[in-house]
Design a binder for this molecule. Structure first.
Ligand code: ARG
Length: 460
C-alpha cells in the first residue's frame, strides 16, 4: 500500500474487491479536463504565495501538459488501484516530473478538488446546453416564419379547439425551450463560486490565496463555508432539474409528433433518415428516434431521483456516498445533449402536410368561439352567446352542416343579433388573424414575439 497516495498508515494492501468497489476512475475520467485546469490554477497560486518554487511550478505545468496530450491521444495509463481521476493524474504527474508533483496537493483535499471539478464540469455542460438550445430555438424561429400562414387545428384535450397557425405552434415549443435555456444559464450563475481552499472540510493552516484561484478559473468569488462547500451538490441537482424539465418538454412534443406522423393524423412528414423500419413488416416507417427521446426521459428523471436519494439524510460534510453523484450527472448530461441535437434537426427538417391540415380543418366547429365573440360584439352577454352558439353547433351536427354555410335566415332563428352576411367572415384564416393581442396567434404578434426572443438570444 506504499503505492497509494494515502498508504502511509496502512499495514496491508487493500482488498482487491474493495479496490474495484470503491474506484470511480471508470467514470470520473470524464473530469480530466476540469481536474487539470483546477490543478494548473492551484499550482499557479501556490507559486504566488511561495509554497512552490518557480522551477517546481514550471515542471508541474509541463507535466500537466504532457498528461493533457496523453489524455487527448488516448495513451494515458489509467489504473483503477489509484481509485479516481484525481489520484490517477497526480500519480502520473509524479512519474513524469518527480518530486515537484508531491507538492501539488499542498493545502488541497480531494474533497474540495472534486467539488471544483464538478462545478467546472456543470458550468461547461450548462453553457453547452444553453448554446444547443439557442440553436434549436433559432431553427424553430425559421420554421415559424416559413409556415407563418399555414393554418392547423389547435387542440385542448386532444379535441379540436380553435384554429392556430404553424407559425404560432412552432413558437409555443420555442417558448418552452427558451425557459429551459434560462434554467441552464441560471445554474451557471448560482454555482459560480470556487470551493478550492475548503480543504477536506476546514480549510488549511497554510497561507493560500483562494481569490487568486477563483479569479484565474473565472469564478466570481469563493464559497463561504468549507464544511458546506465540500458536501454541496445543489448545483448537480439544479442541473438535473433543468435536464428533467427539458426532457419533459421534448417528451411531450415527441408524443405529439408520434401521433401526428400516424396515417390517421398525417400532419407531419419526418424525413426517412430519422425513421426506422421493421424487420418483419415491409411497409413500416417508425418514429423510433422520437420514441427514444420520450423513453430516455424516464432515465433522466431517474437520475434526478437517484441523486436526491443519495443526498437525502447525508450528514455534513463529505461522505463517500457523494461519489455516486457522477454517473447520474454524466449520463443525464449526455442524454439531453443527444436528444436536443436530434430533435432540433427533426424539427427543422420535417414538413407539415398542408393538405392534411386543411382536411382536418374542414369540419368548422372550431370556429364556434369566434361566433360567440361576434355576438358579444353585438351586445349579447357572453354566457348567452355561448348558449346560442352551442345550439347552433348541435343543429349543424344534426343537419350535417357547417357553421360557415348557415344563411342569414337560419342564423336569425337562433339570435336576431347576427349581422347581415355574417357567415362569410367565418374562416380559420380570419380566426387566426383576428386574435391580434400580445401572446396571440395573429402573424404580427408572433413576429413581435420572435423579435423579442431573438434579442434575448443575441444577448441584447
Ligand atoms: N472519487 C471521490 C469522489 O468522487 C473523490 C473524493 C474522495 N475523497 C475522499 N475523502 N475519499 O467523491
Amino acid at each position: 500500500n506504499s503505492e497509494k497516495l494515502w498508504g502511509g498508515r496502512f499495514s496491508e494492501p487493500t482488498d482487491r474487491e474493495v479496490e474495484m468497489f470503491t474506484q470511480s476512475i471508470s467514470f470520473d475520467r470524464a473530469l480530466w479536463r476540469q481536474d487539470i485546469k483546477g490543478s494548473r490554477a492551484h499550482a499557479a497560486m501556490l507559486l504566488k504565495v511561495g509554497l512552490l518554487a518557480h522551477e517546481e511550478e514550471r515542471r508541474i505545468q509541463e507535466g500537466l501538459s504532457r498528461i493533457e496530450e496523453e489524455m487527448t491521444n488516448g495513451t494515458f495509463p489509467y489504473r483503477d488501484e489509484y481509485e479516481d481521476i484525481h489520484m490517477n493524474i497526480e500519480k502520473r504527474l509524479f512519474e513524469l516530473v518527480g518530486t515537484p508533483a508531491q507538492k501539488l496537493h499542498t493545502a488541497r483535499s480531494r474533497n474540495d478538488q472534486v467539488s471544483l471539478d464538478l462545478r467546472l464540469y456543470v458550468i461547461d455542460r450548462s453553457r453547452e446546453m444553453a448554446g444547443l438550445l439557442a440553436e434549436f430555438i433559432r431553427v424553430l424561429i425559421g420554421q415559424s416564419r416559413r409556415m407563418r400562414d399555414l393554418i392547423l387545428p389547435g387542440y385542448t384535450h386532444l379535441q379540436q379547439a380553435q384554429p392556430i397557425s404553424a407559425g404560432y405552434y412552432f413558437m409555443a415549443h420555442a417558448e418552452r425551450l427558451l425557459r429551459d435555456r434560462q434554467r441552464f444559464l441560471e445554474i451557471d450563475r448560482r454555482l459560480n463560486l470556487s470551493p478550492l481552499g475548503s480543504g477536506a472540510l476546514a480549510g488549511t493552516t497554510l497561507p493560500i490565496d483562494r481569490n487568486h484561484v477563483a479569479r484565474s478559473l473565472g469564478f466570481s468569488g469563493v464559497t463561504g463555508n468549507g464544511l458546506d462547500a465540500v458536501s454541496d451538490r445543489d448545483f448537480v441537482a439544479d442541473f438535473l432539474h433543468a435536464a428533467v424539465m427539458l426532457s419533459l418538454h421534448l417528451s411531450g412534443w415527441a408524443e405529439e409528433w408520434i401521433l401526428w406522423s400516424t396515417r390517421e393524423f398525417g400532419f407531419v412528414r419526418i424525413p426517412d433518415r430519422y425513421m426506422t423500419g421493421s424487420s418483419m413488416m415491409p411497409q413500416k416507417r417508425n418514429p423510433d428516434v422520437l420514441e427514444l427521446i420520450r423513453g430516455k426521459t424516464g432515465r433522466v428523471i431517474g437520475h434526478y431521483m437517484g441523486l436526491a436519494t443519495i443526498l437525502k439524510g447525508l450528514p455534513l460534510s463529505y461522505n463517500r456516498d457523494l461519489q455516486e453523484d457522477k454517473e447520474h450527472l454524466f449520463d443525464a448530461a449526455e442524454t439531453v445533449r443527444q436528444s436536443v441535437t436530434l430533435f432540433s434537426r427533426i424539427a427543422g427538417e420535417s414538413v407539415l402536410d398542408g393538405e392534411r391540415l386543411r382536411e382536418a380543418l374542414s369540419g368548422d366547429e372550431l370556429l364556434a368561439t369566434d361566433m360567440a365573440e361576434d355576438l358579444v360584439r353585438e351586445g349579447v352577454p357572453f354566457r348567452e352567446a355561448h348558449a346560442i352558439v352551442g345550439r347552433i353547433v348541435a343543429y349543424c351536427e344534426r343537419e350535417r352542416r357547417k357553421l360557415a354555410s348557415l344563411t342569414d335566415e337560419e342564423l336569425r332563428t337562433f339570435s336576431p343579433a347576427f349581422p347581415e352576411q355574417y357567415a362569410r367572415v367565418l374562416t380559420p384564416e380570419n380566426a387566426v388573424r383576428r386574435r391580434n393581442l400580445p401572446g396571440g396567434p395573429a402573424p404580427e404578434q408572433v413576429e413581435a414575439r420572435i423579435r423579442e426572443i431573438e434579442r434575448e438570444l443575441d444577448g441584447r
